[in-house]
Ligand binder design. Structure first.
Ligand SMILES: [Zn+2]
Length: 283
């Protein structure tokens, strides 16, 4: 057991999305994180709806999702949903803030701007905010079941939330203190290593040398490119390593596994394999 205020971070994989990308179909893993110090148990992001629902509403295929995937992933850590004290969705897109009804006794912690934006988002983002998430949040008891924030917030000693409006207007990024340093769960603020280290051959099969001293703003965003890059810079002023939401190479247990840049590009861009006998990618 680690000391109170010094955390361990467990990566939970709860499914995959198959997304159109440059004429191919790219696999994006969907993750949540269990953050614990032996006393406190915090879930960062709560996954996506069952893939059948994702396919029906967004016309996007994949695997997993829903209550079953999250309950199974928690059970692998000998935990039940009722063991979770705080749920911290980084933002309320469908693949980060679903399944909150699994945690009726936990406190959901969000930026006020995020819930307002989920209710009345910019037009291109509406489809990513399921109505079911908003209804679930409005039914929760304010204070004990739902805490709304207006900026940076110390959730617990060792867990700092940085408000970083860029990918969405009310996104926040947890920075977790471990025995080896601080880890930022950056979610979709650069959701693959290639956005954080765009010129580094270790991070991407497609390095861009002209981006050697900066970051690459990832594609879905509500802010401008300069604001997005400033938000990424601010993360690295507060953290030693970043963990992007949709990269296959992220550490599975921290601090035991600990790296800033992966040592292989395998999985940088993973494509849906061609169907073979007996396995048909669902799309
Ligand atoms: Zn995402």
């Amino acid at each position: 057991m680690t000391a109170v205020g010094t955390y361990r971070v467990h990566t939970l994989c709860v499914g995959e999305l198959y997304l159109p990308h440059d004429g191919a179909i790219m696999r994006d893993p969907v993750h949540c994180w269990l953050v614990e110090d032996g006393t406190h148990r915090v879930l960062v992001d709560s996954g996506m709806p069952d893939i059948a629902e994702v396919r029906r509403t967004l016309k996007v295929g994949g695997t997993g999702g829903g209550h079953a995937s999250l309950v199974t992933a928690l059970a692998e850590l000998d935990l039940k949903p009722s063991d979770i004290q705080y749920v911290v969705p980084t933002h309320l897109h469908f693949d980060h803030g679903s399944n909150l009804d699994l945690f009726p006794d936990a406190c959901v912690v969000l930026q006020r701007d995020e819930i307002l934006h989920a209710i009345d988002s910019v037009p291109t983002q509406r489809i990513y905010y399921p109505r079911s998430i908003i209804i679930e949040l409005l039914q929760r008891k304010r204070g004990t079941g739902l805490r709304l924030l207006d900026g940076d917030h110390l959730l617990l000693p060792g867990i700092q939330l940085l408000k970083l409006p860029a990918h969405t207007p009310g996104m926040h990024v947890p920075v977790i203190t471990t025995t080896r340093g601080k880890v930022a769960l950056v979610s979709d603020l650069g959701d693959h290593y290639r956005y954080w280290f765009p010129a580094d051959r270790r991070a991407t099969d497609h390095p861009k040398r002209f981006l050697a001293d900066t970051f690459l703003a990832s594609n879905i965003r509500s802010s401008g490119e300069l604001e997005f890059i400033a938000a990424m810079k601010r993360v690295l002023e507060h953290a030693d390593i970043v963990v992007p939401a949709h990269d296959f190479r992220i550490p599975k247990r921290m601090p035991e596994e600990w790296f800033a840049i992966p040592d292989s590009t395998a999985g940088d861009l993973a494509h849906v394999p061609p169907p073979t006998a007996g396995t048909t990618p669902t799309r």
